[in-house]
Design a protein around this ligand. Structure first.
Ligand code: SF4
Length: 361
């Protein structure tokens, strides 16, 4: 099956709404054409700087303006990160994803420290991913030179629903950062969250935005909202597992070569539910008892699930070669000290009552 870049919302909705058995069969068939169905990538997500974020993503407990009980911390040291990466590797992870609660990356000592973390983990022969907010082309190049394998920047939802979720940046800013990453040859990880009160059209709209990127993202995380007390989405009802299975299967069909990542919300899924997601084409999970700040199944539980299902963790660099690290002193790319004007649409994010009622219905 070839990669198509002209999917329409109608076509995607038609796939999403197929009778379940037909949808699963089609997704599993596409999956087997492009991936080993018994291999699942295991990534570890590390919050290297937690909380105090100036953004207002309605689902996120790390936004400074919401009153949640997460404990914030300053940027971790390179040694701390190295120790955690080694632990993750020993428990079967092939990728470390480092997340910092920033609006955008700023040139300076903190970014230099992150670059050093990237060099350090790449030398451990693990895939390194970062999610640091919006990024300029120069910053993407510097990360690439340090040995970054992937950059995560989620679209979260459809362009239409975006303004109901976030007001401090616009959908185009996300696309711009993805484009900056793409130019640097770092692979792209971008997906979204379901269960935020969006309509099915929004789920399809998000998949249109992702699948029409050329090339398509190498990795697409599908998250189920974890409704955290104190955020505007605290009262959202959990989504049924069937929605997750349908979303995974549809993602697999429209992005056949992509690594589809089963992300937040796994603690609420049974093993049977997760097994159906793997059958429908999910081939990556996050391991570790925390996903940035929200709960996640324990590594041992996941390994037991792998044993039951006969799954194997994927080895590092199966899909793309390991990047070469350029040492800081050999770098030819100088920081540009840019101060880009990312959008601030300025509307207000409040508890979305209409979406809340829909989710309860
Ligand atoms: S999702 Fe990221 S950008 Fe949004 S508030 Fe949370 S940490 Fe900040």
């Amino acid at each position: 099956m070839v990669e198509r870049h002209n999917w329409t919302k109608e076509e995607i909705l038609e796939i999403y709404n197929k009778p379940l058995m037909e949808l699963l069969y089609e997704a599993a068939t596409v999956h087997r054409l492009h991936h080993d169905p018994n291999t699942v990538q295991v990534s570890t997500l590390l919050s290297i700087k937690t909380g105090g974020c100036p953004e207002d993503c309605g689902y996120c407990p790390q936004a400074a303006r919401y009153h949640t009980d997460i404990e914030g911390n300053d940027l971790m040291s390179v040694q701390q990160v190295k120790a955690q990466a080694l632990r993750a590797k020993a428990s079967g992870s092939s990728r470390v994803c480092m997340g910092a609660a920033w609006r955008n990356v700023k040139d300076g000592p903190e970014f230099d420290q992150v670059l050093e973390m990237v060099r350090t983990i790449n030398k451990l022969d693990m895939e390194v991913c970062c999610t640091l907010g919006m990024l300029t082309e120069n910053q993407a190049q510097r990360l690439a030179e340090a040995g970054l394998y992937a950059y995560n920047h989620n679209l979260d939802t459809s362009e239409d629903y975006y303004k109901d979720v976030i007001s401090t940046r616009a959908f185009e800013d996300r696309l711009q950062t993805i484009d900056n990453v793409r130019k640097s040859n770092v692979t792209v990880c971008s997906g979204g969250i379901i269960g935020m009160g969006e309509r099915l059209e929004d789920r399809a709209g998000m998949l249109v935005a992702l699948s029409t990127l050329n090339p398509q993202p190498e990795s697409v995380p599908i998250n189920a909202l974890v409704a955290v007390e104190g955020t505007p989405m605290e009262d959202m009802e959990p989504i049924p597992i069937w929605d997750m299975i349908r979303m995974v299967a549809t993602t697999r069909i429209v992005m056949p070569k992509t690594q589809v990542r089963l992300s937040a919300g796994r603690t609420d899924m049974s093993r049977e539910g997760q097994a159906m997601c793997f059958f429908a084409g999910a081939n990556s999970i996050f391991a570790g008892d925390k996903l940035l700040t929200t709960p996640n199944p324990d590594v041992n539980e996941d390994m037991e699930m792998f044993r039951l299902l006969g799954l194997q963790p994927q080895k590092a660099f199966k899909k793309a070669p390991q990047p070469v690290t350029v040492e800081e002193e050999d770098s030819s790319i100088a920081p540009m000290g840019e101060n880009p004007k990312w959008t601030r649409p300025g509307h207000k994010i409040e508890r979305n009552e209409a979406a809340r009622r829909r989710s309860k219905a």
